[in-house]
Write a protein that binds this ligand. Structure first.
Ligand SMILES: C[S@@+](CC[C@H](N)C(=O)[O-])C[C@H]1O[C@@H](n2cnc3c(N)ncnc32)[C@H](O)[C@@H]1O
Length: 189
């Protein structure tokens, strides 16, 4: 088999196998696969975004960067930071940002739980329950009041969304919109 593909082919196969292994490893470590929002959910999410944003736009867990490119195109006068820790999806999103000449888009390899939220005007995410609970705690402490959070599927713990947009797919997917309040009621603080 190895003789059939030749040394070049073997190198490509090895690199591909390593890349797949790395994606699997980070999926297990982070508890979320680099699965992009499905086209219908992505359309609903984009439709749920505010017309104007004050401050930075963060996409937390941006995977391959498709949604981040949409955000950069939608808000050309805003800085968009796409945050992804898994190296292969991050590398692809960085290449896509360069190829798409999205000057306002930064593809940053970082842990989303360590990213500065203090300048965010809009946060977009599609994560999982535990990550959202951790994020909720940090938003309370760090995000500016009025910051809008738009999440595919997973809610911010016991926060009450200001809007819910059912996607209308077979899975019952909903896009949830939150706004960070000035001071949270006792039950949510
Ligand atoms: C389901 S994908 C969402 C992709 C994209 N946001 C979208 O909606 O199309 C979730 C991504 O979050 C990333 N992720 C999970 N935990 C993370 C963390 N702590 N720091 C950075 N990225 C993380 C995963 O690697 C994965 O690529």
């Amino acid at each position: 088999m190895a003789a059939d593909v030749g040394p070049g082919g073997l190198a490509v196969l090895t690199a591909a196998a390593l890349a797949v292994a790395l994606v699997v490893l980070y999926t297990v470590r982070l508890g979320a696969p680099p699965w992009p929002s499905a086209p219908r959910a992505r359309r609903a999410l984009l439709a749920a975004l505010p017309d104007r944003v004050e401050g930075e736009i963060l996409e937390l867990g941006s995977a391959w960067g498709g949604l981040a490119l949409d955000l950069a195109a939608r808000y050309p006068d805003r800085r968009v930071v796409a945050v992804e820790l898994s190296p292969i999806p991050w590398a692809v999103s960085r290449l896509r940002a360069l190829a798409g000449r999205a000057g306002n888009l930064e593809a940053r390899r970082a842990d989303l739980h360590r990213v500065d939220l203090s300048r965010a005007g809009l946060i977009v995410c599609y994560l999982h329950r535990d990550a959202m609970a951790r994020l909720a705690a940090r938003l309370r402490a760090e995000a500016p009041h009025g910051c809008v959070v738009v999440s595919n599927t997973f809610g911010l713990g016991d926060w009450t969304p200001v809007a819910r947009h059912p996607v209308g797919d077979a899975f019952g997917t909903t896009i949830l919109v939150y706004r960070v309040p000035e001071s949270l009621p006792a039950t949510q603080a």
